[in-house]
Design a protein around this ligand. Structure first.
Ligand SMILES: [Zn+2]
Ligand SMILES: [Zn+2]
Length: 470
């Protein structure tokens, strides 16, 4: 141990943004770190299709990647992992223990979705990987607890006597298993937030990023364009949601809450369970999707490993959960006040939320309630922008609908508010901040705010394939 690396390989940090577009997009960062090479996340872009959705892996010149570290199991962070492993078969693949229980479900589901998109939308490049490939790469996944330093240099380098940099997974409070990555070398340190929530959600407690300091900070900026109203409380927001559900159900309309299967689904189910327990909502069935049900089970089973509230609240026992497959979904009647908590959060084509949306948008009895982020170019993003009585290109130009349903937004986000991230910059005290995972206006707010408050910190905006020397 401890020989260090010779020549031009030693020292320095270079970070290349592999997101194929300059937006929230797909998270994937290639880090050259004191002569070692790390890939942080390998996501796919939610509104691109086929190979266009993948990170720009071709920008990585070297075939020698030491490790791939995954922050959490959302598609925009992990959906391209099998393609990354195919390209870099010798890399370690590191994640949290909790992500280990989720990742194979996420990837197998991706294969199913891609096969369906090939058959129904004619996207010939799909699937980008197969079930067999997912099963085979699982054998190299390594899982670690939070707050443990793990060496990640290649075995070859370790055998040659090099000292390995380390990575530590810090609980990010965003979804089950989510983590920020603290990377430490002999001279350099880097911290990557992944997606982070500093505030407690209904189930998950907020991020544990205390005492993090680093030379380089790679930061998500999802909510940079959005401030928090004075007097805002999550509790009042939940009360407002309960009231909205009661209103729709009083007129026998259906309620749809479009969500991601992992994280959003369980947080919404938990607050529905608490609302029913306290009599603020009548006891009733909740309709969910199959994958949402699987992750709900894992949330319950892994409660003891999770930094969370209501440890004894088993969602699958507290609620009457009705799983709908695609065929049942087509036939189900929407009258009578049914409550759907279904994927996808962005209401992408070929998902349950999209199919329900097609049937609900033009009927004023129904309510569609948004509780999380949706990219503006997705069906959910377009719908949110539509005025009552206005038209929306919900499924492209051939699916123009008139919005008549009740449509509301509730701020129950799993992402940090911008002021909280600005405070994080002060605590981490980096030389360089790299802004990612945000739309242009969100990044612009951070650029200005960081320059004004921390004039000595260098702010680097990233772009597709661009490299920052830190
Ligand atoms: Zn996420
Ligand atoms: Zn994300």
């Amino acid at each position: 141990m401890g020989f260090g690396l010779a020549g031009e390989e030693a020292g320095g940090v270079r970070i290349t943004d592999l997101n194929p577009a300059h937006d929230v997009g797909a998270s994937s960062w290639y880090v050259e770190f004191e002569g070692h090479r790390l890939l942080m996340d390998a996501g796919v872009h939610p509104k691109r299709e086929g190979r266009e959705s993948l990170p720009l892996f071709e920008r990585i010149q070297s075939d020698e990647l030491d490790a791939i570290a995954i922050t959490h199991c959302h598609h925009d962070h992990v959906g391209g992992l099998p393609v990354a492993v195919r390209r870099f078969p010798k890399a370690h693949v590191l994640m949290t223990e909790l992500s280990y229980f989720l990742v194979d479900r996420v990837l197998h589901n991706s294969v199913n979705v891609m096969v369906r998109q090939r058959d129904e939308l004619g996207i010939q490049e799909y699937p980008l990987f197969t079930h067999t490939e997912v099963d085979e790469i699982e054998a190299i996944f390594q899982a670690f607890r939070y707050q443990r330093e793990v060496e990640w240099a290649s075995f070859g380098k370790l055998r040659a006597g090099h000292r390995s940099p380390t990575v530590e997974f810090l609980d990010a409070g965003h979804a089950l298993g989510s983590a920020g990555l603290m990377v430490r070398g002999e001279h350099e340190t880097l911290f990557y937030t992944g997606d982070v929530s500093f505030r407690d959600q209904t189930i998950l407690k907020g991020a544990r990023f205390e005492d993090v300091q680093a030379d380089v900070l790679v930061m998500e900026t999802t909510r940079g364009a959005r401030g928090v109203e004075p007097g805002f409380t999550r509790e009042a927001e939940i009360e407002r949601l309960a009231e909205a559900i009661r209103e729709v159900q009083a007129r026998k309309g259906a309620v749809l809450i479009p969500v991601f299967a992992l994280g959003r689904t369980q947080e919404i189910l938990a607050l529905l369970a608490l609302l029913m327990n306290s009599g603020r909502l009548p006891r009733q069935s909740v309709y969910i999707g199959g994958l949402g049900r699987v992750f709900t089970e894992i949330y319950d089973i892994q409660a003891h490993r999770t930094h969370r509230h209501h440890s004894n609240l088993a969602l699958t026992e507290a609620l009457d959960l009705q799983v709908l497959d695609r065929r049942q979904l087509e036939g189900i009647k929407l009258g009578g006040g049914r409550l759907f908590v279904m994927t996808s959060g962005m209401m992408n084509r070929n998902t349950a939320a999209y199919e329900l949306g097609l049937r609900m948008i033009e009927d004023e009895r129904h309510g569609i309630f948004f509780v999380g982020y949706a990219d503006p170019a997705t069906p959910a993003g377009k719908l949110r922008a539509a005025a009552h009585g206005g038209t929306v290109e919900f499924g492209g130009q051939d699916r123009v609908l008139t919005r008549k349903c009740d449509l509301r937004e509730f701020d129950l986000t799993a992402h940090a508010n911008r002021d909280e991230l600005l405070d994080l910059v002060g605590r981490v005290s980096p030389k360089t901040v790299i802004l990612g995972h945000g739309e242009e206006d969100a990044r612009a707010w951070f650029r200005e705010a960081i320059r004004a408050r921390y004039p000595r910190v260098r702010v680097a905006d990233s772009g597709p394939g661009e490299t920052v020397e830190a």
